[in-house]
Design a protein around this ligand. Structure first.
Ligand SMILES: Nc1ncnc2c1ncn2[C@@H]1O[C@H](COP(=O)(O)OP(=O)(O)OP(=O)(O)O)[C@@H](O)[C@H]1O
Ligand SMILES: [Mg+2]
Length: 220
């Protein structure tokens, strides 16, 4: 589903990823680990077609980095859920509207939007907060809204970049449970994190980036 073939990425002549190969199958749970600055976010951005490789090919579903057209990038992004650490909710819209917005931009029908938003809010445990404004939510609850927004388009893969970074250990574990629930329904999950405690509890494959190279490790 996602394939990296002989990928190299440099920023300003500085190599970050060097001749990387990897394959992620539908429905997998991947933990992506490595020290700060090794290229975890860069790898996720390649999947999102936000960064393009200097060499090699990234394929995601039916698209690849060599042949994808500019107009196709929004189409493939709709199949990819993203939760980045510096998430932003729309401050002057309530929880329901923040999630519905992701569907409205796709031109989905109104009653379909309503059904899907309520289902996904139930999945993340926030049905009772649907009329709340972002500022009325805790950090962990805001993070759940971000997940709901990423999931409402029913993506083939969820990219979660350090989603537990600012959360206390219990809330971080709640987020892991949510990721596992999402994964159990068939969405592949790629979780980039420094939180090795979470990685140990996650199960699934562990992919490590070190010195520009990607390898699979058994445990951490
Ligand atoms: N747009 C950019 N221009 C130049 N250098 C960049 C750019 N984006 C990232 N880098 C550099 O590339 C390297 C990898 O960055 P990346 O954000 O992928 O690391 P990371 O593994 O996600 O780190 P962290 O764990 O701190 O989030 C870093 O040295 C970073 O400074
Ligand atoms: Mg990062």
């Amino acid at each position: 589903m996602i394939r990296f073939e002989n990928i190299s990425v440099s920023y300003d002549q500085q190599p970050i990823l060097i001749d990387v190969n990897a394959h992620i199958k539908p429905g997998e749970f991947i933990s992506l680990v490595g020290e700060s600055g090794v290229g975890k976010t860069t790898l996720l951005k390649l999947i999102y077609f936000d960064v393009f490789p200097n060499a090699g090919i990234v394929s995601v579903a039916e698209y690849n980095s060599e042949t994808i057209k500019k107009k196709d990038i929004p189409k493939i992004r709709r199949k990819i859920g993203v939760v980045f650490q510096d998430f932003k909710l729309i401050e002057d819209r309530n929880v329901y509207d923040n999630v519905a917005f992701a569907l409205q931009v796709t031109g989905a029908k109104r009653n379909e939007i309503g059904k899907r938003v309520l289902r996904v809010l139930a999945d993340v445990g926030l049905s009772h907060k649907r009329d709340s404004m972002p500022e009325e939510l805790s950090g962990g609850e805001q993070q759940r809204v971000v997940f709901a927004r990423a999931l409402v388009n029913e993506p083939i893969v969820l990219l979660a970049d350090e989603p537990t970074g600012n959360l206390d250990p219990t809330t971080a574990l709640d987020i892991l449970q949510l990721l596992k629930l999402i994964n159990s329904r068939g969405t592949a999950v790629i979780l980039a994190t420094h939180n090795y405690d979470i990685v140990r509890k996650a199960g699934g494959r562990i992919i490590q980036i070190k010195d520009g190279k990607v390898s699979e490790i058994e445990s951490i």
